[in-house]
Each structure stands twice: as C-alpha cells, then as structure tokens.
Write a protein that binds this ligand. Sequence first.
Ligand SMILES: Nc1nc2c(ncn2[C@@H]2O[C@H](COP(=O)(O)OP(=O)(O)OP(=O)(O)O)[C@@H](O)[C@H]2O)c(=O)[nH]1
Ligand SMILES: [Mg+2]
Length: 454
Amino acid sequence: MFDSLSDRLQGVFKTLRGQTRLTESTVEAALREIRLAMLEADVNFKVVKAFVDRVRDRAMGQEVMKSLTPAQQVVKIVREEMIALFGDTEGGLKPAARSPRVILLLGLQGSGKTTTAAKLARWLTKQGRHPILVSTDVRRPAAIQQLNVLAQKASIRACDPAGELDPVKRASAAMTEAANTGFDVVIVDTAGRLHIDDELMVELQAIKDAVQPTDQLFVADAMTGQDAIKSAGEFNHRVGVTGVVLSKLDGDARGGAALSVVSVVGVPIAFVGSGERIEDLEPFHPDRVVSRILGMGDVLSLIEKAEAAIDVEQAERLEQKIRLDDFTLEDFREQLRTIRKMGPLESLIGMIPGMGSMKALADHKPDEKQLTRIDAIISSMTAEERRKQDIINGSRRKRIARGSGTSVEEVNRLLKQFVQMRKMLKSIGGMGGGKKGRRKAMGMLHAMEHGRRN
Ligand SMILES: Nc1nc2c(ncn2[C@@H]2O[C@H](COP(=O)(O)OP(=O)(O)OP(=O)(O)O)[C@@H](O)[C@H]2O)c(=O)[nH]1
Ligand SMILES: [Mg+2]
C-alpha cells in the first residue's frame, strides 16, 4: 500500500530539491503533481483539495520562499499536513477506567470483523490484559464457529452459550462471564451485511444498549477504498463509531481510504490489519506511516517487530554465548529462523530508512529462498560440525553441498561469512546486555544478511 503514492511524492521532492531557488511556478507545478498523486491513490477529492490548499498557503509564505532551504521547508509542510490528515492522534486504545472494557466491532460483510476480533484479543493479551471474545453473528451459519476456531488458535477464551441464538443474550452472557471470572476486556463480534440495512442497525443498537461499549470500532476493508469511508460515515451516523480499524492493508489498496477517513468521518484510525495471521494487527501511528510514504523509513516499527519476535530468554542466552565466544552455526540457524518469524524480509527492508524504494532494491533484494538455502546447508551438517565449524574440511563441504542441494561455493561462502559475523558479534558482545544489546545483536544479524549478498 502507498507504494505508488510514495514513489510519486518522492519524485516531486527530488525535483524540488534540484532547484536552488523556488519560485511560485515551481511550487505550483509540484502541487499539481502532489494533487494528481493523491487522487490516483484514491484519496477523497475534497480531502485532496483542502490538503493542497493548505500546503499552498503555507509554502508560498514569505519565510519559506526566502529561506535557505525552501525545498526542505516544502517537504516539512507536506509532512505536517499529511500527519494532520490522519488526525495527529496515536492509534491503539485510549485509556479507560471502566472494567471490563467492552469493544464492539462493526462493519460490512467480509470487512474483517471476526478476524480483527481475534487479532485484537491477541494484541490485548500482549498488553497484559485478559480479553474474552463473543460472537453475536447468529445469521451466518458457521460464523460463531469461525470465531471459536480463531480464539482457540490464539488461546483466547470465547464465550459460546450452548444453543443461544439471540445476539443480545449472547453478548450479555459474555458480560456476565467476564464479571464472574475476571476478564477485563469483552470483545463483541457482530454480524455483517452487504449493505447497511435497518434490521442490522436495530440489532446493533440493541447489543449496544445491553453491553454499553467503551469502544465502537468500525472495521473497514481498505481494498474497497472510498466505499469503506462512506459506510464508516453511515455506521457512525446510525450507531456511533469511536475508531476505525483498516483491514487488508497488505492487499493492493492504494491507501486513499486511510488518508481520507479521518477528514471524512471524523474518527481516528485505531488499528491497521495487514495480513491474515493473528499477529497482523498494529496500532496506527500517523507519523510513522507518513514517514514511510515520504520515504523516511519506519525504524520504530522495525524495532518493535524485532522485539516482538525475539524471545527475551533466547536473546539473553544468545548474548551470553556471544560473550563467551561460543556462538555456533546452530545458534546462527536459530537466529535466522527468528528473523524469518518477523515476517517477509521485503517488508522489513522497506522500513529501513533510505530503502523505502523497493524498486531500487530489486536486484539485491534479500531473498527468502536464499535463507531457505542457508538453513538447508546448516541443517545438512552434523551436530559436531555445527558446533565446531573448523572441522569442516573439503570432503565434508562436498557432502554438505550434496545433502543440501547447494554447491560447494555456497557452503564456502556461508562458512566464511559466518566466521566474519562471529568476529563482529564478538566485538559488540562486551557491550553489555539489556534492550540495547539485543537491538545491536539484531542489527548485526541484519548486517550479516546484507553481507551475504556482497
Ligand atoms: N489479507 C488480509 N486478509 C484479511 C485481513 N483481515 C481479514 N482478512 C480476510 O478477510 C476475510 C473476511 O474476514 P472476516 O473476519 O471473516 O470478516 P467479517 O467482517 O467477520 O465477515 P462477516 O462475518 O461475513 O461479516 C477472511 O478470509 C480473512 O482471512 C487482513 O488484514 N489482510
Ligand atoms: Mg464475521
């Protein structure tokens, strides 16, 4: 998402930076490009117009045109105005005193409510909360079962009173269970419709009256673009919406919906869903998304991802090993697997500053297949070889290459780089533990990933 918008805007900035002095006509030309780029990304046209007008007002100002770095000033203005489009509020859930917190999920059919319910429960668990899920979707056969299955996968309790087919009673049962058993968040999944209809609205209102939600999150399928915005507006009008969850941002959504929703509906984006896995939900951070669009990288998200995937104990064991110079190919393989748990490498690389443009990276894109090969090579070694790589002589190398379906050159390269990496790791190993140490270690592993290709 946002890829083409990002490319185009970065192109505009590049042209601007090429100018030593900005004139009104160069700024006007840039604004025209920005306008087109945003319209093409499916941003609501009224939002685009207001945006461009605001940027123009500020960019044509005396201080900007006369400043020593007018182009940078314009980039700064675009950045600030874009953050303002997102409402300039951090995503996630606002603190609430009430317990249990009750989250009602709303949205059209297939928008991702049920999936989001489970993802949200998982996210809350990570925040130390104890959520309970309940489905009130009695209309679609198997909808209740769908939530139960997802809940089970995520080890979350789903309240499912046997034979109860009244949506309000199902929601109330979850409230009672939460009160009796100490769950501090109740997540209520609701039925969807292809279009907004009165029957559904009456049902949602009844559920709302019964559970008195703290949050009413509208789940919008980002792929449907402006339609998602329109229905968010209607739900807001009829039942009330306190925040939006944009789902399916991993698809080929152009991003316009995300950039329009706050201006059009007036509620902030709380979370974004970026995949079908239960982990694929994150609080929305406007400044980071804007930085990503404008090509400034998204280091914070990257760090968070890395920290979520690394289990602390494992990281400490690793640090210890590095300090004792006892880091083996076995550990290396384990680390590679950890990196892969963080998600596709391409998406991680995209977050590194200066690497925003994937196209430029096309010919040295780190390649998942290559990682599989490295894993295969290490797995073809004996346990002893993995512990003491020095014993891997010529004939062993041949055997390993054959066993892993690779070549002796590849085995050689891997071993050479492993030795280099050990050296690098050792030199940072003495820097002490804690978060900083872990981050450093991750950074080194990434460096290794890059080194492999050189
Ligand atoms: N790629 C991707 N798929 C998603 C995401 N969120 C949900 N889906 C998929 O979208 C489909 C519909 O999701 P559901 O959670 O069942 O949607 P719903 O709103 O509960 O649908 P109804 O209950 O029929 O109204 C499923 O196949 C999900 O796996 C996402 O962030 N990315
Ligand atoms: Mg559902």
